[in-house]
Write a protein that binds this ligand. Structure first.
Ligand code: PRX
Length: 680
């Protein structure tokens, strides 16, 4: 099985070698103010009380109409939550806070250039700007509930403003990570059937003002070739009134969003009363095949789940200044920069740049200046900050009560630095394990109730009941300490509803493997396959080991190995491609790309570069291989299957094991030699 070979190569390895760690207990000071300190919550959210327990989360929100059915399973495994309920996500994140909090900051925007200072957008200002832009979307673009619109925006305040304006109208937004290429954006435009693209002219990254508008031109052209016409491109200017990109505006297609908004001065748009199960947004993610999957998230269920978990796991109160240092272009940003914190009336920080620019103290200065008290980031950023500025945090006078880590397993040594240095030994940490598909957290400690354990995510969060299966379909006994495939036994409101336009793939990928009866309408027959391997310790804490499928986690970002391989195959000289994950000190993993050329073609550095460029062009720079290895042949089984396990071992300088059963064992030595001689 191909999947098994990839697991063996690496994903699980780092984590498996960690020993079980000692507990750390949150401080009394933290617990004294925690949102959730009632141990009965575990009982209230037990399977016996499922699904009605989730009413507790839905009740955090304001509904136009209450639902009549908490969970409708009639179209299993496409679950419908809070059926009959009517709600608007924008209203819940903005309008309803005005009476109490209109003068409070909703968004602190931190531009990357130091000289630009901070921007503080109050809930009142957010209300005005969202309304005016919603009027543009409605009147100028003709968008209405159920339409899809693609966003390809960087980390500027106009991104959440655009998302909320869409949500106000019931328009389904599909934000593509700003660092993705025009090609990647085009694929998502086509798949979602968007005829409006919203983007920005430029943004800062590590001191450079990057021309982003050129990606829009590429995306629109490529989408047209694939049969999806984009009628309008709305461009937010990084500096309103000044165009910061080189590429010309296209007459009749391109409009400056900030100009259009001027004509809507004072406009107010009534929020659409959306059915709870209407889609709120699509978020594309990588899977086992080349084509990214559009995860479709609901309005009522998603918002209830992100609000509930933001309140109890992240411990967000309205008076908190909360900084999630992720990009809104990923699910973390949707759930825990925009929707969750704003639903709770918190002040959320949006940072344009990279945390290590211009120096290793930048992040901690921002925390000090804005008095951030909840901090949220990924192990890759923690590793980078620890490496280049291990003593920086103590130079700054900020005080975190709570910190989150997300996206990949965190090494216990890195966890300890996060705890001791960044959290100054007093902030509670939650290691939150979840996925694009799941909308919100699956496993984490509840900081007011559970001790922390470095390297372990923790138990299932309230209402999430994980279970580990082995490959033969047997359930591993609780606390067995053995690795297996972690699944979730029950549906939950934050779970995605389907893959946009591809229900079969949704069922096949996530539910078919351990389904007890494909005709069943009972949720108990449909465990959700997360695609991760995990072990459960006797205390019920889960340690996540990594993916069981062909997905690589680079800096906490998900990339499909097949996706990178297909990108390299567009180069006509390439015959075969194989991607394997390589351990990396900062990024967790990086892809190594092995290439076999068509007969008669010589390996050259120029060709390596061309293949490298093709990957960056097709997907984006985050997919850039550590190295393109042009090999004379791939190690293959006698049936002709590429042995990625062997390539992975070579790239990671590990033992390749027994290769004598291969069709061409001699190639292994040759590739190993090439690897040794390269000096990397
Ligand atoms: O392998 C798990 C890893 O990231 C995958 C999900 O990636 P993505 O959909 O991009 O979402 C990332 C942010 C939620 C998972 O299948 N992962 C995520 N969080 C953790 C993790 N691995 C270990 N520990 C975590 N806390």
């Amino acid at each position: 099985m191909a999947e098994k070979e990839v697991v063996e190569t690496s994903e699980a390895q780092i984590a498996v070698h960690w020993a079980e760690e000692e507990y750390f207990h949150p401080s009394k000071e933290f617990i004294a103010q925690a949102n959730m300190t009632d141990p009965d919550v575990i009982d209230r959210f037990s399977l016996d009380n499922f699904p009605n327990c989730f009413k507790e989360y839905a009740d955090i929100l304001d509904w136009y109409e209450y639902w009549h059915t908490t969970l409708d399973t009639s179209d299993a495994p496409c679950w419908k939550w809070f059926v009959g309920g009517k709600i608007n996500a924008c209203y819940n994140c903005v309008d309803r806070h005005l009476p109490k909090y209109k003068n409070k900051t909703a968004i602190h925007f931190v531009p990357e250039p130091l000289e630009e200072g901070y921007q503080h957008i109050t809930y009142q200002e957010l209300y005005v700007r969202v309304n005016e832009f919603a009027a543009v979307l409605k009147d100028v673009c003709g968008l209405k509930a159920g339409d899809r619109v693609t966003l390809h925006m960087p980390m500027i305040p106009e991104l959440p403003i655009t998302m909320l304006a869409c949500a106000r109208l019931g328009v389904i937004h599909s934000q593509v990570f700003g660092g993705f290429s025009g090609r990647a954006c085009a694929d998502r435009i086509v798949d979602s059937g968007s005829n409006v693209l919203i983007t920005a002219d430029a943004y800062y990254r590590s001191g450079t003002l990057i021309d982003h508008k050129q990606n829009a031109d590429i995306a629109v052209d490529l989408a047209a070739k694939d049969g999806q016409k984009v009628d309008k491109v709305l461009i937010w200017q990084r500096y309103p009134g000044k165009y910061s990109a080189e590429t010309p505006m296209v007459d009749g297609r391109d409009y400056f969003a900030n100009d259009l908004v001027k004509d809507k001065y004072g406009a107010r748009v009534e929020p659409e009363r959306m059915p709870a199960e209407a889609p709120l947004f699509l978020m594309y993610t990588s899977g086992t095949t080349g084509k990214p999957k559009g995860c479709q998230h609901s309005t009522g269920g998603f918002l209830a789940y992100t609000a509930g978990t933001s309140k109890y796991v992240q411990d967000i109160h309205p008076e908190d200044v909360y900084w999630c240092m992720a990009d809104i272009g990923w699910i973390t940003g949707h759930s825990y920069i925009v929707y969750g914190p704003l639903a709770l009336a918190a002040s959320t920080v949006i940072f344009e740049g990279v945390p290590t620019y211009p120096d290793a103290g930048r992040a901690w200065r921002i925390a000090q200046d804005l008095d951030v008290n909840i901090f949220h980031t990924a192990p890759t950023a923690i590793r980078a900050l620890r490496k280049i500025g291990p003593d920086e945090p103590k130079k700054y006078n900020y005080s975190f009560k709570h910190m989150t880590t997300v996206g990949e397993p965190i090494e216990p040594a890195v966890w300890r630095w996060y705890y001791d240095e960044v959290g100054k030994g007093k902030a509670a940490i939650v290691d939150t394990w979840w996925q694009t598909e799941t909308g919100g957290f699956l496993c984490s400690t509840l900081p007011g109730l559970n001790p922390m354990k470095p390297g372990s995510a923790g138990p299932g969060v309230p209402g999430i009941h994980p279970i580990i299966y082995d490959d033969a379909g047997e359930i591993l006994p609780q606390g067995a300490g053995k690795a297996g495939n972690i699944c979730i036994q029950n549906p939950w409101p934050g779970a995605f509803q389907t893959i946009w336009g591809d229900r079969d793939r949704y069922v096949e990928t996530y539910y078919a493997r351990y389904c007890k009866d494909p005709k069943s309408k009972d949720w108990r027959d449909w465990p959700y396959l997360t695609g991760d391997a995990a072990v459960e310790a006797p205390d019920g804490y889960f340690r996540i080991l990594g993916r069981i499928d062909d997905v690589i986690n680079v800096s906490g970002h998900r990339l499909g190995t097949k996706e990178i391989e297909s990108a390299s195959l567009v180069v006509e000289e390439v015959a075969e491609a194989a991607v394997v994950p390589v351990n990396h000190e900062i990024k967790g993993k990086v892809p190594d790309l092995y290439i076999a050329l068509k007969p008669g073609i010589a390996a050259t550095e120029a060709l390596e570069q061309k293949i490298n460029d093709a990957v960056c062009e097709q997907i984006g720079k985050i997919a850039k291989p550590r190295k393109v290895w042009i090999v004379t042949d791939m190690p293959k089984t006698r049936s002709g299957k590429i042995m990625r396990r062997v390539l992975g071992a070579i790239s990671n300088k590990l033992d390749v094991g027994d290769v004598m059963t291969l069709a061409n064992p001699e190639i292994v030595e040759e590739i190993k030699k090439m690897n040794d001689e390269s000096g990397i």
